[in-house]
Ligand binder design. Structure first.
Ligand code: SF4
Length: 348
């Protein structure tokens, strides 16, 4: 199969033009059609010579994301289930905040990490997405927002999949998102979330970007984390924390710890105290995420008062805490739920 045009970064497009005997400004023109005018075919790139348009058509595909379903929540959250060319399905979410519109993208079809509270991992990993398939999620979201003159102002890589197990595609996607001739999204408005793939955390720290990093920590110690996140057996708690310390030293940036609160499992005051003892000297922020009910695991939501008690302990230790505002609760917005339902219904 031909590569997707969105797989290419600006630098790669420049190289392609060079290799094909075209002047370098043609790369800017193509980039402008892709990211600023957001056309859906090479035919529409009318300032390119016909011969070049034909060459592009012969060598590249446009990514086709087919909208299988789109749910719009009362709070403005829009959740897409997109079909890919090989009949796989992925989820993308647009979240409306008072500071702008954020898109949550998916980096893999399914996931092999196996977090016990997550629907995305139920059928395992099917395949990695290409950079272009990740880009297309944001461009498609932007095309939808174009109708109301809105723009995508931030991106979170927190959809299905582990971005650091699809590292190169994720990095090419990021290069395209921040390029000043493209969507030009501020690096500080982008967050990559990992479950703790240690070698990739080191690599990312060395990339020298301003892009935010979030670690799904979800437990204050090795034993409990291994129970909730099997990936912790591959990359133990201590090693992950050490990698995060390296990231902090190297970048001078703040780390966000994502902590899914599961009723009676990891949400007690003593868990908060233990977590604080590990992270209180770090430049960090903790985002508490009360999990949705997972019947297969007997997981229940943490009661409101316990959520506040947990947050209070962290604050007492001088740690910055937020409790994630729930969005799209009425449309199964949690990671992987829509795709899981779709897989169930197509299997029937
Ligand atoms: S939470 Fe993220 S890393 Fe964990 S199983 Fe789900 S998609 Fe994979």
């Amino acid at each position: 199969m031909k590569p997707f045009i969105y797989d290419y970064t600006h630098d790669q497009l420049l190289q392609w033009m060079k290799d094909n005997g075209e002047p370098s400004f043609r790369a800017d023109q193509v980039y402008d059609w892709l990211y600023v005018k957001r056309v859906k075919s090479f035919e529409e790139m009318t300032n390119l010579p016909k011969g070049l348009r034909q060459k592009l058509t012969d060598q590249f595909e446009f990514v086709t994301l087919t909208e299988i379903t789109k749910f719009e929540s009362r709070d403005g959250t829009v959740k897409f289930l997109f079909g890919l060319h090989d009949n796989h399905a992925i989820e993308t979410v647009i979240m409306r905040h008072n500071y702008g519109n954020s898109v949550c993208v998916t980096t893999q079809v399914g996931c092999r990490i196996g977090c016990t509270f997550c629907a995305s991992t139920l059928g395992g990993l099917k395949r990695n997405l290409t950079a272009g398939e990740i880009v297309a999620q944001v461009v498609t979201a932007q095309q939808m927002l174009d109708a109301t003159n809105e723009r995508v102002s931030s991106i979170v890589i927190m959809g299905s999949g582990e971005p650091f197990e699809n590292y190169e595609a994720t990095m090419d996607f990021l290069r395209n998102m921040i390029h000043e001739k493209g969507l030009n999204i501020g690096q500080r408005h982008i967050t990559v979330s990992t479950s703790g793939i240690v070698p990739s955390i080191y690599k990312f720290a060395d990339e020298n970007t301003q892009i935010n990093l979030a670690l799904s920590i979800h437990a204050p110690n090795d034993k409990l984390r291994s129970k909730l996140m099997p990936v912790n057996r591959r990359f133990p708690f201590e090693d992950v924390i050490q990698a995060i310390r390296y990231y902090l030293d190297k970048t001078g940036r703040r780390i966000t710890f994502e902590y899914a609160l599961i009723g009676g499992v990891n949400d007690q005051v003593e868990h908060a105290e233990e977590l604080a003892s590990v992270i209180k000297d770090m430049l960090c922020h903790v985002n508490l995420i009360p999990v949705n009910h997972v019947p297969e695991r007997n997981y229940v939501r943490t009661p409101r008062n316990d959520i506040f008690a947990f947050a209070k302990v962290l604050e007492k230790h001088g740690i910055n805490v937020t409790i994630r505002r729930e969005q799209g609760h009425d449309i199964a917005a949690a990671c992987g739920q829509l795709r899981a339902k779709h897989m169930e219904s197509t299997a029937r």
